[in-house]
Design a binder for this molecule. Structure first.
Ligand code: PEP
Length: 249
């Protein structure tokens, strides 16, 4: 039985002071052992959030990292820096990074490998555009993103990776994929994982759905056979996140 993982992606929101306030509002309400709960926050919020969440079961994640060890990459952050701070997870290849910061499956692959090297748990994102969905190429596209993103990664490492399926047309739009649409793609991701790593490993890997998850639709989405939780943007910045984490109640 896979443990659900529900992660908030704060994106470029919350100053350090606001981050502390949001943690104070949410931490008791989302502090559970029933699911893994993660707050993925801007770099400058990592320290205050780690401090505020100390002693809880809530893990902290970054929203990106660089694939090089160190060096002349002005403005970038390395895996070593995140690890030393006490960060556990890192989102890799979010569609906004792919769209606005020219990330590709190749850079995603390098980042996933580097994260694993430092003992960080990658949340590797994939997802199709509306045009791709309408053209009927969603499954083919996702299979390719998964294969390229995971190239050269072994089975033991694969078990540490979380995959987030996020249809681009559903991110921040209020348009959620139906639970059947989300399940179909998440099942196809598990199928590729089974082809690459065998069914036993595929059964262990957690696959999240992301795209306008909210307090109302979380229970239905998370009840699907291959959906093991969610990556939540907008609703992770509000008290509503507690409803999502406590979707069973
Ligand atoms: C996201 O940013 O990963 C996301 C899914 O955003 P939202 O929940 O706002 O659609």
């Amino acid at each position: 039985m896979r443990k659900k993982i529900i992660a908030g992606n704060w994106k470029m929101n919350k100053t350090p002071k606001e981050a502390k306030e949001l943690c104070a509002l949410l931490k008791d309400k989302v502090n559970t052992t029933e699911a893994d709960v993660v707050f993925c926050v801007p770099y400058v919020d990592l320290y205050p959030v780690l401090e505020e969440l100390e002693g809880t079961n809530i893990a902290v994640g970054a929203e990106n990292m660089h694939f090089e060890e160190s060096g002349a990459y002005t403005g970038e952050i390395s895996g070593a820096m995140l690890k030393e701070m006490g960060v556990s997870y890192v989102i890799i290849g979010h569609s906004e990074r792919r769209e606005y910061f020219a990330e590709t499956d190749e850079t995603v692959n390098k980042k996933v490998k580097k994260a694993l090297e430092y003992g960080l748990l990658p949340i590797m994102c994939c997802g199709e555009t509306l045009e791709q969905r309408e053209a009927g190429v969603t499954i083919e596209w996702i299979r390719m993103q998964i294969k390229r993103g995971l190239a050269g990664i072994g089975a033991e490492d694969m078990k540490k990776i979380v995959i987030a399926y996020e249809p681009i047309w559903a991110i921040g739009t209020g348009k959620t994929a139906t639970s059947e649409q989300a399940q179909e793609v998440c099942a196809s991701i598990r199928q590729v994982l089974a082809e690459l790593y065998g069914p036993a490993v595929a059964e262990e890997v957690r696959i999240q759905y992301g795209g306008s998850v909210n307090g109302k639709n979380a229970a239905e989405l998370f009840a699907m056979a291959d959906i093991d939780g969610g990556l939540v943007g907008g609703a992770s910045l509000k008290e509503e996140f507690a409803q999502i984490v406590n979707y069973k109640k």
